[in-house]
Design a protein. Structure first.
Length: 333
């Protein structure tokens, strides 16, 4: 991350020196609409605002960014589709994007990506490059960089989860994504696909009995008002996948070289910032949640991994990604 941040800052400085006093720098202006389903206090928003600040400063206002948060422009699926249609320019791809770019199911496999160090190794290395290329081929998105979505434990209302059998019959919210649905079924749970913005109400009304939200969303959506138990994300995470910051590839390719360079340089700075905010926020949140009466419990890690391995193998074969799966596993050091 330090290397990426240094490269980003050097790129910003170099490009600023090149374009700051160039008359042509002001010749063309664009306004990018950048949308997310998450709200204030979620690190995506910090990253989006850092991108806006960086790219507007770098371009001297030639590129302007309007940030839309809290699902103002629709749910996750709607934002993804709007990017391809052209009414939104940028977003953060997640589970529902896997319906358009099936390869993304690979990093959405439960218990595969373990923590932020593992996530960074995937995102910043050859695996991230390969997955980004496949996302573009399958769905037409250009991956500008990879952001963190933190670590996701399993949250439940009625009883703690310490082994796979504890999930039998539990109605649990999953991101609308086939890999996650199959993963929960393998544990014996009753997976219920549900949009992010509906989780709070779903728990309050008893429509669901648990979820696999990332740690910060447990706070931001105030689901701690309903849940009583969380698995220990420092021991094992249900999900820690990298999230692609996406733009329609043909739109990006249609921009001038200087606009592309400004966007790339500003995104490198924003990525480093977003990931740091996530880590810092997660380090602070544990005590808060425990203060709300949430019990954070250890699990039988080996039992969960053994239960989920057939699902890993099924999707790797289906996606023709057996080698990529092994590369991901090997990066968990």
């Amino acid at each position: 991350m330090k290397i990426k941040n240094f490269i980003g800052m050097v790129a910003v400085a170099s490009l600023a020196a090149t374009f700051a006093f160039s008359p042509s720098a002001q010749a063309e202006s664009i306004n990018l609409r950048f949308a997310t389903i998450t709200g204030e206090g979620f690190p995506y928003v910090d990253g989006m605002r850092k991108f806006k600040e960086s790219v507007e400063a770098l371009s001297g206002g030639d590129i302007k960014v309007t940030v839309y948060i809290g699902g103002q422009l629709g749910n996750e699926r709607e934002i993804n589709e709007a990017i391809l249609e052209g009414s939104v320019h940028m977003g953060i791809g997640a589970g529902s994007m896997a319906n358009l770019a099936p390869i993304y199911n690979l990093v959405q496999l439960p218990f595969l990506v373990q923590g932020q160090k593992h996530m960074n190794a995937i995102a910043d290395g050859p695996v991230g490059v390969k997955i980004a290329a496949l996302i573009e081929k399958q769905a037409g998105y250009r991956v500008l960089d990879w952001w963190s979505t933190g670590d996701s434990p399993i949250e439940t209302v009625k009883a703690p989860v310490t082994k796979p059998d504890d999930l039998k019959g539990v109605k649990i919210r999953v991101i609308p994504n086939p890999a996650l649905v199959d993963g929960m079924k393998a544990m014996g749970a009753n997976p219920t696909p549900m949009a992010y913005g509906e989780v709070y109400t779903g728990l309050k009304q008893g429509v669901i009995e648990g979820a696999h939200l990332d740690v910060m969303s447990v706070n931001n959506l105030k689901v701690y008002e309903s849940i009583r138990y969380m698995t220990d994300w420092n021991q094992i995470t249900f999900l820690s996948e990298p999230r692609p910051v996406i733009m329609k590839a043909s739109y990006f390719d249609g921009l001038s070289k200087k606009h592309q360079d400004w966007i790339r340089a500003a995104m490198a700075v924003a990525t480093t910032h977003e990931r740091k905010v996530f880590v810092d926020s997660m380090n602070k949140i544990r005590g808060f949640l425990e203060g709300k009466g949430i019990k954070i419990n250890k699990v039988d890690k080996a039992a969960f991994i053994e239960k989920i391995k057939p699902v890993w193998a099924k999707y790797a074969k289906k996606l023709n990604a057996e080698d990529l799966l092994q590369e991901i596993i090997a990066l968990n050091k």
